[in-house]
Design a protein around this ligand. Structure first.
Ligand SMILES: Nc1nc2c(ncn2[C@@H]2O[C@H](COP(=O)(O)OP(=O)(O)OP(=O)(O)O)[C@@H](O)[C@H]2O)c(=O)[nH]1
Length: 348
C-alpha cells in the first residue's frame, strides 16, 4: 500500500479506469466504493453524453466527486484542466487516499495517462491504468473498432468482466487474446467488477518501461491532446432524451430490442406510467444485452425519464422520434400486463 494517509506522507495515487462502452466501469467503481476497507476514494466521473448517468449512479456513495460530461476527458480538458480537478480532490482537507478516474467508454486511455503524467499537482502520483473488457462483446467490438487493441497495450491491469456471460472455453480464449494484446499485463477474470480493491490501490506490478510498452518519459514527450480525430469517440455521437411524460413500456422495450442502426449503448432512468410500477427504472443496453433494475425516486426528485443513447453514425432525429413515440398521451391508460416486457429484464 502507498496511502498518503491523512498525514500527507505519500502522494495520492491516481488510478485510471477505462474500457469500451458498457464494459462495466461504473459497476467496478461501485464495487470499490462498497468494499473500500476504510480507504477514502475521490472520483472523477466522465460521461460522453450531456446527462452524466454515471455520476448519478455513484452519487451519494463517494467521498468526493468531480464530474465532467458532454465529451471525453482525453480531449475535453488539457493538463491544467486535469490539474484543477485533481487539486480539487486532493486538497489537504479532503482526506482522500486515492483518486479513481472513471473515463467515458470512448476515451483514449493513452491520452488520459499522459494527462495524469503531465500533472504538475505535486501531491499525486500515477496509480496505474485499468482497462475493463466486456467478455461477451469484446470479439465483435474489436472487429469493428480495432483501436481497442491499442487501448489494451497501455493497460497495467486488465479486468476481463462479464465472464458470467461466456462459457469456460470462450473465457480461456479471451484471457489469452487479451494477455497478448496487453503485453503481459495481469488479466483478472471476474463478473460484476468484483475484484480485490487492493489490486487497484497497490502500485502496478506490471513494469511499464519495458520492450513493448512506452515509458513514462516517452509518453510525456508526445504532444498532448493535439489530435483527437483518430480517437474512438470521433466516430460516435450521443443523443439525450428527457421527458416528464411517462413512457409506454411496450413501446420502449420494442425500441430497445430493435434500436435504430448504429446504437450500441443506452442508459438512464425511466418513469413508466403504469399503476403499481411508479418506481425509477434504470435501463442499460450494451450491444444486444438489456438490463433493468428498480430504484426509489429521491424525495426531492420528480419522476421523469432521462436517457442517453450512444452509437456510431446514429440518426439522432430517428432516435428522438422513436423515443418521443414512447411517450404516453394524457388520456391513454396502461394496463399492468404492459410491464411484463420490462420485468423480464429486471436484474437479468
Ligand atoms: N451480466 C453482467 N452484467 C454486467 C456485469 N458488469 C456490469 N454489467 C452490466 O452491464 C451494464 C453496463 O455496466 P456499467 O458499469 O454501467 O458499464 P460502463 O462501462 O460504466 O458503461 P459506460 O459508462 O456507458 O461506458 C449494466 O447493466 C451492468 O449492470 C457483469 O459482470 N455481468
Amino acid at each position: 500500500m502507498r496511502w498518503r494517509g491523512r498525514f500527507g506522507a505519500v502522494p495520492t495515487p491516481v488510478v485510471i479506469v477505462t474500457g469500451f462502452l458498457g464494459s462495466g466501469k461504473t459497476t467496478l467503481l461501485n464495487h470499490l466504493l462498497h468494499n473500500d476497507d476504510g480507504v477514502r476514494i475521490g472520483v472523477i466521473v466522465n460521461d460522453f453524453g450531456s446527462v452524466n448517468i454515471d455520476a448519478m449512479l455513484v452519487a451519494g456513495q463517494v467521498d468526493a466527486m468531480v464530474s465532467l460530461d458532454n465529451g471525453c476527458l482525453c480531449c475535453a480538458v488539457d493538463a491544467s484542466g486535469m490539474d484543477a480537478m485533481l487539486t480539487k480532490l486532493t486538497q489537504p482537507d479532503s482526506d482522500i487516499d486515492v483518486v479513481v478516474i472513471e473515463a467515458s467508454g470512448l476515451a483514449e486511455p493513452r491520452d488520459l495517462l499522459r494527462l495524469v503524467l503531465a500533472s504538475e499537482e505535486a501531491d499525486i502520483s500515477p496509480g496505474g491504468l485499468v482497462e475493463v473488457v466486456d467478455a461477451a462483446e469484446f470479439e465483435a467490438t474489436r472487429a469493428e473498432f480495432p483501436q481497442l487493441d491499442q487501448h489494451l497495450a497501455v493497460a497495467d491491469l486488465v479486468v476481463l468482466n462479464k465472464i458470467d456471460r461466456v462459457d469456460d472455453a470462450a473465457r480461456d480464449r479471451l484471457i489469452d487474446t487479451v494477455r497478448g494484446l496487453s503485453d503481459g499485463a495481469p488479466v483478472v477474470p471476474t463478473a460484476h467488477g468484483r475484484i480485490d480493491p487492493r489490486l487497484l490501490f497497490d502500485p502496478p506490478e506490471h513494469p511499464r518501461p519495458d520492450d513493448g510498452q512506452l515509458s513514462f518519459d516517452e509518453l510525456l514527450r508526445e504532444d498532448l491532446g493535439t489530435d483527437c480525430a483518430d480517437h474512438l469517440h470521433a466516430a460516435f455521437e450521443s443523443v439525450e432524451f428527457r421527458t416528464d411524460e411517462p413512457l409506454d413500456p411496450r413501446q420502449l422495450m420494442g425500441l430497445l430490442s430493435d434500436p435504430p442502426a448504429g446504437v450500441y449503448r443506452v442508459k438512464g432512468c425511466v418513469h413508466f406510467g403504469v399503476p403499481g410500477h411508479g418506481q425509477k427504472f434504470w435501463i442499460h443496453v450494451v450491444g444486444g444485452f438489456i438490463q433493468v433494475s428498480r430504484d426509489d425516486w429521491r424525495r426531492d426528485e420528480q419522476p421523469r425519464t432521462e436517457l442517453v443513447v450512444i452509437g456510431a453514425s446514429v440518426d439522432a432525429s430517428e432516435v428522438l422520434a422513436r423515443l418521443r413515440a414512447c411517450e404516453v398521451g394524457g388520456s391513454c391508460a396502461l394496463d399492468e400486463q404492459s410491464m411484463l416486457g420490462v420485468l423480464r429484464y429486471v436484474d437479468a
